[in-house]
Design a protein around this ligand. Structure first.
Ligand code: GTP
Ligand code: MG
Length: 379
């Protein structure tokens, strides 16, 4: 479709395939709305259809017609879809609606792009976008080919093919550059570890206060904000209490994390893989069922990263914004979800006020140095 300018009014839409889901979809859709709003969209309407997906449009044909009418009438230019769209679905929806269509992955990349400042993040975003565009281009080429010249290729198709070729060339050169940076980063981390440094990774949901905690523990002054994905690039800094320990502040997780994000941002996994200890942050100023969901999903993601059996401490942050009763319930659900058999691996804190940071520090020390002495000890 032509590249006209779009306004910032948006519909968010979800195809709900689980007929019995009365809770999760709401959390997921709310998170999508938060992300969209933070990306600068004015979310005007949400549309949910419960059915099996269609291969052409994801939603049913009638529903798409309804969405089209609504968007036209309300002067809405953007459709943000929760579900992952295939190239075919994306192209068909964009044509049917004559609108800017994106899925959650595109939206996340858009936010990443707005926040990225370093070369590596920008290269990773560029590559992720190219990977996404290649199948679309291919689809367009094959459609045009079938439609116009069943036997011969016309000039337009040659142009498309040459675009594809130069696209894949650029893709490979960016990939090589990223690989080089990846190797460099790995070597740097390995060198630090050889020199005796212990690494503590601060992971968890976006906006859970990872950077606030990192700043408190290391004396750093990294930017902190309510905007999702404020932190895209990890930073290593010495612990104020013990210079042999390095903390890493990493990129945030989202619920139902798109696996493509994990592979595209491979460099971020290094911080998890080489850490001696994982701190996993979840905001405790939310209802217990949300905390439970975020925690179980987050721990599942951690399991997909081939970390080398390090210990995890679950840090329930922002307790200055929760009352005692809510915190008790949160502790209960956390114990159920994170059944480590060790009470000291669940620590409620406030990174902002500093509450319980001494307790957290004590357990960090114990966990890192105890682990090491066990490994070194012949007994
Ligand atoms: N009330 C309260 N707010 C906090 C606390 N810790 C962090 N915040 C606030 O939560 C927001 C997000 O904090 P960040 O430290 O940027 O969170 P993050 O996890 O690094 O976020 P991303 O980098 O976007 O993934 C900011 O507005 C902080 O001021 C806390 O203990 N209590
Ligand atoms: Mg951050």
């Amino acid at each position: 479709m032509d590249r006209r300018t779009f306004n910032n009014r948006a519909c968010v839409a979800m195809l709900k395939t689980d007929f019995h889901d009365h809770f999760l979809f709401r959390v997921e859709l709310d998170e999508l709305i938060t992300l969209a709003t933070n990306a600068g969209y004015e979310v005007v309407e949400e549309i949910i259809q419960t059915r099996h997906p269609t291969s052409d449009l994801l939603f049913g044909k009638g529903k798409v017609e309804e969405i089209r009418e609504f968007m036209k009438f309300q002067d809405i230019d953007n459709l943000i879809v929760y579900n992952q769209l295939s190239s075919k679905q994306f192209l068909n929806l964009a044509r049917e609606l004559e609108a800017n269509v994106m899925d959650r992955y595109d939206l996340t990349l858009e936010i990443f792009e707005a926040n990225a400042s370093d070369i590596l993040s920008l290269q990773q975003i560029k590559l992720a976008k190219m990977k996404k565009e290649t199948p679309l281009l291919k689809l367009k080429v094959s459609e045009k080919y079938k439609e116009e010249h069943p036997f011969l290729m016309g000039g337009g198709e040659y142009a498309m093919h040459s675009t594809l070729k130069s696209f894949s060339k650029r893709e490979s050169s960016i990939k090589r550059e990223i690989d080089r940076m990846l190797r460099e980063k790995k070597m740097q981390v390995i060198r630090r570890k050889k020199e005796g440094a212990k690494i503590v990774n601060i992971g968890g949901y976006y906006n859970s206060g990872k950077t606030t905690l990192f700043n408190k523990l290391t004396g750093a002054d990294k930017p902190v904000s309510e905007t999702p994905f404020t932190t895209l690039t990890a930073k290593y800094k010495k612990w104020l209490e013990n210079g042999n320990v390095l903390f890493v502040d990493t990129i945030g997780f989202v619920i139902d994390l798109d696996p493509r994000l994990l592979t595209s941002f491979e460099i971020n996994l290094i911080d998890f893989q080489y850490a001696d200890l994982q701190l996993f942050l979840v905001s405790a100023n939310e209802p217990p069922e949300i905390v439970a969901l975020k925690l179980s999903e987050g721990l599942k993601i951690l399991e997909t990263i081939p970390v080398q059996g390090q210990k995890t401490i679950v840090v329930l942050n922002k307790i200055d914004e929760t009352d005692e009763e809510n915190l008790e319930q949160i502790l209960d659900v956390t114990r159920t979800v994170f059944d480590s058999g060790d009470e000291n691996r669940i620590i409620p804190i406030s990174a902002k006020t500093g509450k319980n940071l001494d307790k957290l520090s004590k357990h960090i020390s114990e966990k890192i140095f105890l682990q090491t002495s066990k490994i070194n000890s012949p007994y």
